[in-house]
Design a protein around this ligand. Structure first.
Ligand code: ARG
Ligand code: GLU
Length: 722
């Protein structure tokens, strides 16, 4: 935002010294993730950009808004309702973890894909939820009224916390909806979302990885792209169409609002909007903070994850069982790892830190002129950021590397067991609680391979201890020494002695334990690793870091308040926080005039060009090759091929995966699934020249469902228009 604003600022200032900053802000239309209830403030801009429906259709509180057709899918993706029978479209990578839970070597949905033959064949997905946003309301005054500026930050936090809880309860009571209140604009505003969460969600369609994650990590965050990144689910409801636990007799959710699918195509320059749940952005960080993220923290995270990935890859390539166990976890590790690298590159190449600093000197001059606005906040932020850097690094190593060892995390299970020892009165009661604790670990062990984790232990421990020698608990140093400074010997010992490397060992212990056996927990290496580290963080890192972070949080809030005053509160958008937002822009190639120019669209011919039977990520399923050879595209043929993906300059972020990409009439033309490499820095700085979101063309989705998945019955319940 600053970069963009600054460039225009300089230009316009030269042309006309009387132009105000506010004018310049509204002039940039592409950047921004806007709050649906505030869209009416942008109605003119939306209309000028190309929107052809009233903004009240996009969001309203009387049940007829499109907000009722966009859902939070699981805990971090977006999905959309595309039929009156509760059919949900989202990304393949958003359904990936759920499908892993349903898969095994015998039933390998990643290799074979899955398309239900009828509604009765849809598969229940325990734990998966879908959340509708019925209404959003500005509750800033209810939360902040009477809380004085200048009280200690921790005091303010607890006041705000308790108000949030009280109001959430009150709203839930009066409306019957779930209520969640979150901070916006660094805590200068608070908004409440009223929602309904459905708990019976079933798998309907999932193409094999050869389509749904085609291109894998090699193509991830890249354009041109050829991934059929979609999956289908269905929401089921209990009586009165309301949320209910899974029951065979639940009925498909009856949706009054769902998206029509427009298969008429689009062209460069067409208006598009993305409606969904972007997770986290940091558009308003100061230059000092950007420097720390991009020069210190991201490089550290990338180093740790490079090693993690090498260990995972070695083990996963040797066994399909290990592959299935770790494929979803690996995707998570690799995804951010690659994004950070793109972000670092973009921030450097576009000199984001420099542009931010330039903007900041202009801001400081403005602040000096305007009474009552925190002019020295930025200097104070810089001091706090520099002073806390070593601690921040150490904490990051602990989070990325030490907690990256699953054995250490499982120490938490042993800690729960230890508490059971302390509260139990009889051996029977003790075994009862222990067995309950063990039962909860079944999901973890389904996806656990101790051999892989042991290699992870040696690799991660070395990275951590070699790189932050000053921030290591004494126990860790002692253990390393006791094992002759060999991380792999230490790992061997820990894995053979602990209860948690093997679920059978753990079960046996829980079934036979007596009150006198508490010492077995206390001497367990996983418990010790977990407990010493938890304690060390609690006493030596977190309180010190919190002191700085509280300062930084307060300063960020004050800086934001000043920015809102300077630029006008409605002319810029709050950072993403996993609440419902609308972004809008245009279908647009990437620097089409430059030497590296990319077109805005890809097609099935491109998929076939990338086909490589020797590389798992680029292996096109045989049946798709057949369809291609016969040109058997049915009604999905466009100029003798099938369109696959397209790019546009909508401002999106992680969490927007699966979001509906809509045309000017609010009809769905695609599903958002990624951003382009050149523009991954948009979480920090959105540059309209290079930032693009990548969407799957709805026609490739429908082609895959009908021709590849043989599930034409699903098309019959959709509303397909041209
Ligand atoms: N980059 C996309 C997102 O941020 C897609 C990730 C899934 N694909 C993968 N190869 N890991 O989530
Ligand atoms: N793939 C991302 C997600 O899972 C969306 C792409 C992005 O970060 O913009 O939400």
């Amino acid at each position: 935002m600053y970069r963009n604003h600054r460039a225009k600022y300089l230009l316009l200032k030269a042309a006309c010294s009387l132009l105000t900053v506010g004018v310049i802000y509204t002039a940039s239309a592409r950047e921004g993730m806007w709050l649906p209830p505030n869209l009416k403030l942008r109605a003119d801009d939306l209309k000028n950009a190309g929107l052809r429906i009233p903004v009240e259709k996009i969001y309203n509180t009387n049940g007829t808004g499109l907000n009722n057709a966009v859902v939070l899918f699981g805990k971090g993706c977006t999905g959309e309702i595309i039929s009156p029978k509760g059919l949900v479209l989202t990304n393949h990578h958003c359904g990936y973890g759920t499908v892993q839970g349903l898969s095994s070597v015998q039933n390998d949905y990643f290799a074979k894909g899955f398309f239900a033959a009828s509604m009765s064949g849809e598969i229940p997905c325990p734990g998966l939820t879908v959340t509708f946003i019925r209404r959003m309301e500005n509750v800033t005054d209810k939360i902040l009224h009477g809380i004085a500026e200048g009280i200690p930050e921790s005091r303010r936090d607890s006041l705000v916390e308790s108000r949030i809880r009280t109001w959430e309860k009150a709203y839930k009571h009066t409306t019957g909806y779930d209520a969640s209140i979150k901070p916006y604009y660094s805590g200068n505003q608070f908004w409440m979302s009223l929602s309904e969460t459905y708990r019976d969600v079933r798998l309907v369609g999932f193409p094999p990885n050869g389509i749904g994650s085609f291109g894998g990590d090699t193509d991830n965050w890249m354009w041109p792209r050829h991934t059929g990144d979609f999956s289908l689910f269905r929401v089921y409801a209990g009586s009165n169409n309301k949320p209910a636990d899974y029951a065979k007799g639940n009925r498909p959710y009856q949706a009054k609002q769902f998206f029509s699918l427009n298969v008429g195509g689009y062209k460069e320059g067409d208006f598009t909007m993305v409606y969904g749940f972007p997770g986290t952005t940091q558009q308003y960080l100061s230059g000092a903070q950007v420097r720390q993220v991009e020069n210190v923290l991201n490089p550290l995270r990338v180093t740790v994850r490079t090693k993690k990935l090498a260990i995972l890859d070695r083990n996963m390539s040797q066994s399909r069982d290990v592959f299935i166990k770790y494929t979803s976890k690996r995707a998570g590790v690799a995804n951010a790892w690659k994004k950070w690298q793109g972000e670092m590159k973009g921030v450097k190449e576009h000199n984001v830190t420099g542009t931010k600093r330039e903007y900041e000197s202009e801001f400081s001059r403005w602040a000096a002129r305007s009474a009552g606005t925190g002019g020295n906040t930025l200097t104070e932020v810089q001091i706090a950021i520099n002073a806390s850097e070593e601690l921040a690094k150490a904490d990051e190593y602990i989070k990325e590397a030490v907690w990256g060892i699953e054995l250490v995390q499982q120490g938490a299970v042993l800690e729960k067991m230890r508490k059971a020892f302390q509260s139990a009165k009889t051996n029977n009661a003790l075994r009862d609680s222990l067995q309950k604790i063990v039962a909860q670990t079944a999901g973890f062990y389904k996806n656990y391979d101790a051999h892989t984790d042991k290699e992870m232990f040696a690799g991660m421990m070395q990275l951590y201890m070699d790189n932050t020698p000053l921030y290591v608990p004494a126990y860790y140093r002692d253990m390393k020494r006791m094992h002759g400074n060999s991380y792999s010997r230490w790992a061997d010992a820990a894995f053979s002695q602990t209860l948690v490397s093997d679920p059978e060992k753990l079960k046996l212990f829980a079934s036979r334990a007596e009150l006198k056996d508490e010492g077995r927990i206390l001497s367990d290496p996983a418990w010790q690793l977990y407990s010493y580290m938890t304690e060390y963080r609690k006493t030596d890192i977190s309180p010190k870091l919190a002191r700085y972070n509280n300062d930084i949080k307060r300063l960020n809030r004050q800086y934001m308040a000043a920015l809102m005053q300077k630029e006008g509160p409605d002319n810029f958008y709050p950072d993403a926080n996993l609440t419902l937002r609308l972004a809008y822009g245009k279908v647009r190639g990437l620097d089409p005039d430059g030497p590296e120019g990319y077109s805005y669209q890809t097609d099935l011919e491109g998929v076939m060009r990338k086909n490589n039977p020797n590389v798992e990520e680029f292996r096109v399923p045989e049946y798709l090759q057949k369809l291609h050879a016969k040109k058997d595209y049915g009604r999905w043929a466009v100029n003798g091929t099938v369109p696959v993906a397209f790019i546009a300059d909508n401002h999106t972020s992680g969490g927007n995966s699966g979001s509906p990409v809509l045309n000017a009439k609010g009809e769905l033309i695609g599903t958002n699934f990624d951003r382009v490499w050149e523009g991954t820095m948009s979480d920090i700085d959105f540059n309209p020249k290079v930032c693009r979101n990548i969407s799957l063309d709805i026609r490739y989705t429908l082609f895959t469902i009908e021709k590849f998945g043989n599930a034409k019955w699903l098309l019959n319940e959709m509303r397909i228009v041209k």
